[in-house]
Design a protein around this ligand. Sequence first.
Ligand SMILES: *[C@@H]1O[C@H](CO)[C@@H](O)[C@H](O)[C@H]1NC(C)=O
Ligand SMILES: *[C@@H]1O[C@H](CO)[C@@H](O)[C@H](O)[C@H]1NC(C)=O
Ligand SMILES: *[C@@H]1O[C@H](CO)[C@@H](O)[C@H](O)[C@H]1NC(C)=O
Ligand SMILES: *[C@@H]1O[C@H](CO)[C@@H](O)[C@H](O)[C@H]1NC(C)=O
Ligand SMILES: *[C@@H]1O[C@H](CO)[C@@H](O)[C@H](O)[C@H]1NC(C)=O
Ligand SMILES: *[C@@H]1O[C@H](CO)[C@@H](O)[C@H](O)[C@H]1NC(C)=O
Ligand SMILES: *[C@@H]1O[C@H](CO)[C@@H](O)[C@H](O)[C@H]1NC(C)=O
Ligand SMILES: *[C@@H]1O[C@H](CO)[C@@H](O)[C@H](O)[C@H]1NC(C)=O
Ligand SMILES: *[C@@H]1O[C@H](CO)[C@@H](O)[C@H](O)[C@H]1NC(C)=O
Ligand SMILES: *[C@@H]1O[C@H](CO)[C@@H](O)[C@H](O)[C@H]1NC(C)=O
Ligand SMILES: *[C@@H]1O[C@H](CO)[C@@H](O)[C@H](O)[C@H]1NC(C)=O
Ligand SMILES: *[C@@H]1O[C@H](CO)[C@@H](O)[C@H](O)[C@H]1NC(C)=O
Length: 429
Amino acid sequence: MTRTCPFLVGIACFAILGCVTVVQSQVTLKVTEGNSTCIKAELSASFSITYNTANGTRTVMVPLPGSAVVGVASSCGGDGRSPSLVALFGDGHALGLSFSSNVSLYSVANLTLQYNLSDVSTFPEANSTDVVTVETTSVGMVARVNTTYRCISASPVIVGGATVTFSNVTMEAYMTGDDLSPNESVCTADQSFTTAPPPSPSTTTAPPPPPSTTTAAPAPVPTPPGTPNQGSYSVSNSNGTVCLLARMALQLNISHFSASQNKTIQEVVNLQPNQTTSSGSCDPTSATLVLTQGSATNLSFLFTLNTTSNRYHLTGLSVVAAWSDMTAPFNTSNSSLDYLRGSLGRSYMCSSEQTLSVDQNFSLNTFHLQVQPFGITRGQFAQAEECQLDQDSMLIPIVVGAALAGLVLIVLIAYLIGRKRSHAGYQTI
Ligand SMILES: *[C@@H]1O[C@H](CO)[C@@H](O)[C@H](O)[C@H]1NC(C)=O
Ligand SMILES: *[C@@H]1O[C@H](CO)[C@@H](O)[C@H](O)[C@H]1NC(C)=O
Ligand SMILES: *[C@@H]1O[C@H](CO)[C@@H](O)[C@H](O)[C@H]1NC(C)=O
Ligand SMILES: *[C@@H]1O[C@H](CO)[C@@H](O)[C@H](O)[C@H]1NC(C)=O
Ligand SMILES: *[C@@H]1O[C@H](CO)[C@@H](O)[C@H](O)[C@H]1NC(C)=O
Ligand SMILES: *[C@@H]1O[C@H](CO)[C@@H](O)[C@H](O)[C@H]1NC(C)=O
Ligand SMILES: *[C@@H]1O[C@H](CO)[C@@H](O)[C@H](O)[C@H]1NC(C)=O
Ligand SMILES: *[C@@H]1O[C@H](CO)[C@@H](O)[C@H](O)[C@H]1NC(C)=O
Ligand SMILES: *[C@@H]1O[C@H](CO)[C@@H](O)[C@H](O)[C@H]1NC(C)=O
Ligand SMILES: *[C@@H]1O[C@H](CO)[C@@H](O)[C@H](O)[C@H]1NC(C)=O
Ligand SMILES: *[C@@H]1O[C@H](CO)[C@@H](O)[C@H](O)[C@H]1NC(C)=O
Ligand SMILES: *[C@@H]1O[C@H](CO)[C@@H](O)[C@H](O)[C@H]1NC(C)=O
């Protein structure tokens, strides 16, 4: 009975997200110079932005509207500048993509998001009127030169305190004709969904082969990593008070297309705590923890608090991974999860291995975990609530111990009875 409730809530969340996606408009953007087009993009995007109010922080979801226009800062490159596409929308907001390329591949080298906190209809109760600009170089959009980058799947990009989620993207930069090339570079997220050919009748191509055609080097056999090391992470709010604590060992399990083996493989990689930094934000009813290992791995956790039941749980996980053997950076997210359930004012603890499944291509294995996303006092974990797995594993020694004690008792009683009988026997003789 209790299990069906979170499940139904999950479906409800999913349905709401579905509605948001339907409302989102497909935007077409073109950068031209003279008579020729150098960048063309057809895409949907939405922004999740966290900002400060007088009482704390607030998060809004803003779609890229159909009315977005190409700004004058866009360029086809040249004169040492890189080609870039800047989309302007609303009251002084902008999304910029700038590209780089070499002989075989082109990619989005950096993404810039600018938002105007003076726009009170979008950012109600913002305590600042600043125009905020955030930037990231881990975008994960890579395609072969002279092909169209295609990614129907939703792909999140984390940039500062915001997340940009792209979907239904077809885009080409360094164009040689006026229209998108019929040859496509399909992102990894889409490849895994389509073993059957994708619906569009246009000529689709196989997953991008490694451009350097030095014939198959012996495929490196992935060595399974040992148990990961435990890291300690925290998030502080703007006045420096610790508001989220986590202690955990993490292992990422990603299915992706391997460049060296020319097939989809499952790669299991440990997060290295000593190379990982944490950041995030805390709201009264939601908290995020972002773990970044170099520029290769970016993992975000979203916890939410139900103020009716005073219980929290992990609702969202997203990952961006750019590992050496990938043909294109991997990214995925799921915001209707229900893991790590705990009570407000307590921490959640699970020493046993747990597998948090995010989608068919990504799961996160946790070991020696203790988290508390809400209600931290004095920067310390509160009393822990142990997960069921730990209780079960604790139960086994107890059951075995009890069984052993019972056995000893039975043997002892049998011995005593036997002794008494034989004693009685002697007496009768
Ligand atoms: C652009 O095209 C128009 C006609 O379509 C032509 O008259 C003009 O010269 C062209 N400009 C350039 C820079 O090619
Ligand atoms: C902030 O506090 C004021 C007054 O205490 C209240 O009216 C307002 O609703 C609060 N805003 C939020 C977002 O909680
Ligand atoms: C806005 O609020 C945050 C904390 O909520 C505070 O750190 C920041 O200084 C405030 N900014 C302004 C301009 O008042
Ligand atoms: C930001 O928004 C305010 C109010 O909506 C507007 O007056 C201002 O021009 C905007 N700033 C920019 C840089 O567009
Ligand atoms: C990102 O692109 C902008 C222009 O689009 C440029 O000014 C900036 O230097 C770039 N940053 C990096 C790190 O490449
Ligand atoms: C092109 O760039 C990609 C990554 O940006 C790199 O992996 C590849 O080796 C480069 N190719 C050449 C021929 O330089
Ligand atoms: C891309 O197309 C242009 C013009 O058609 C051609 O000159 C160039 O060699 C092509 N590059 C690749 C990598 O196919
Ligand atoms: C993707 O975009 C195309 C137009 O570019 C549109 O026809 C199609 O319905 C969109 N698909 C989804 C799932 O939004
Ligand atoms: C810091 O801010 C939080 C809420 O944002 C508040 O609960 C806490 O009391 C503040 N601590 C200090 C020392 O000001
Ligand atoms: C990759 O595998 C496919 C079929 O599995 C094959 O057609 C293709 O030639 C292979 N590419 C390379 C570069 O080995
Ligand atoms: C990180 O830890 C691992 C194993 O504990 C160690 O081998 C490695 O040298 C450490 N790296 C750094 C940069 O400290
Ligand atoms: C919060 O918990 C209550 C009681 O368990 C439940 O009825 C309600 O649906 C939950 N709300 C959300 C948003 O999950």
